[in-house]
Design a protein around this ligand. Structure first.
Ligand code: HEM
Length: 364
């Protein structure tokens, strides 16, 4: 035991007095308690507790990425935290199954007492979205669904402060832009990658042209498709086109960070890129888990409300479906899969560079 430390008592340590007395069903206050309202409150409270843990872990990751250099051991710790968030997201998803044991008619017993409160006002949920780097402009119809207007002054001020801080997206982008090994005297990744792509497209063209099972119309159609693929690659390889896509809101990740991310994804088998790859992969999983939750929550809303509007006043399922389709943060990383090429077609790395990218014991 630590010096001068009183014996810790389970109930006090976990502040169970406060926690277990924090459920006040509105229907009970009205003198006609709806049995299911307790479940509704507890599920929402459990969500908020897990949101708190997600924010705690996100803070750890962001603090590390705010430094000028992210050390290997810190990167590994950040990846572990990210992987924990994935597990929490699994819990968040399965809590919907528990909530769905309440039937839509049970919900109607107390639903109107909630108006105008709604998950729409979950400040922690917004902190997660903003802290990760949601693009405010991509939210569905901001004028109609402006969540800020539904919050009190204190919560608005808190979120506005979060908006002024670098998001995880921004921090990861800056970290990627600092990636070493992209080009030096012995190797220029971009030039070598471009050559590999040109060779790959040329080879595909030849295969179509020499394919005797295709008639001329089929060949023409396939060559037209190949030309579209060529244009997609050009949009990546040409910095000007890439920057124009950013201006038009079609992409977010800077050209330099995109090059680095692609380099890491393509050469993830090189030991030094193992951790960066796990991190990027982890961010994509995080994003896709949130999208899955959003779709599942939209389905829940449809099952509970049909086409009724939400207690927060939105169009309900329609609005929630739009958020699931649009509110993605690390989508640019997912889109890089278009530009992956087989390992066998990758530009060979010079021997010296390969050595630098490997872990080697140099002896004491
Ligand atoms: C009976 C169960 C539920 C129903 C019918 C429901 C319905 C809705 C609806 C219709 C909205 C849109 C805003 C509005 O008009 O109110 C909404 C938003 C939201 N709900 Fe739920 N919800 C339920 C449970 C939950 C739970 C358990 C959570 C967990 C915290 C949650 C979190 C949210 C969040 C974060 C939003 C804002 C989404 C965004 O704007 O992107 N909801 N919900």
């Amino acid at each position: 035991m630590f010096k001068n430390q009183q014996p810790t008592y389970y109930h006090d340590y976990l502040k169970l007095n406060a926690l277990l007395n924090a459920q006040s069903p509105k229907s009970k206050e009205q003198g006609n308690e709806a049995h299911e309202e307790m479940l509704f409150i507890i599920v929402h409270q459990a969500y908020e507790l897990w949101f708190k843990q997600i924010l705690h872990d996100l803070k750890f990751i962001k603090n590390n990425f705010s430094q000028e250099q992210v050390l290997d051991e810190e990167l590994s710790e950040c990846t572990l935290k990210l992987e924990r968030i994935h597990k929490i997201q699994g819990l968040l998803l399965s809590q919907i199954d528990v909530l769905e044991t309440m039937t839509p008619m049970d919900f109607l017993e107390f639903r109107d007492l909630l108006i105008p409160a709604s998950g729409f006002q979950s400040v922690q949920f917004r902190e997660i979205e903003i802290g990760l780097g949601i693009n405010e402009g991509q939210r569905p119809d901001m004028k109609q669904y402006n969540f800020m207007g539904r919050l009190n002054d204190k919560d608005q001020a808190n979120l506005k402060k979060v908006m002024t801080q670098d998001s995880l997206f921004k921090l990861v982008e800056k970290w990627l832009e600092r990636t070493p090994f992209l080009n030096n005297d012995e190797f220029d990744f971009w030039t070598s990658y471009k050559l590999s792509i040109e060779k790959m497209l040329e080879k595909d063209k030849k295969i179509i042209e020499e394919n005797e099972t295709l008639d001329s119309a089929q060949k023409e159609a396939q060559l037209a498709n190949l030309a579209i693929t060529g244009k997609t690659f050009e949009a990546l390889l040409n910095e000007e086109i890439h920057n124009k896509s950013i201006e038009e809101g079609k992409k977010r990740l800077s050209h330099k960070a995109t090059q680095a991310a692609l380099f890491i994804l393509l050469y993830r088998h090189e030991p030094i890129f193992n951790q960066p790859f796990r991190l990027l992969n982890g961010l994509m999983t995080l994003d896709s888990n949130f999208t899955t939750w959003r779709h599942r929550h939209a389905q829940l809303a449809k099952r509970m409300l049909g086409t009724k509007i939400g207690t927060g006043g939105s169009s309900g399922h329609k609005y929630l479906k739009a958020t699931a389709d649009r509110n993605k943060i690390f989508e640019d990383f997912n889109n890089l899969s278009t530009f992956l090429i087989p390992k066998s077609a990758l530009p060979m790395l010079p021997k010296e560079l390969k050595k630098k990218l490997s872990f080697h014991f140099s002896g004491y």
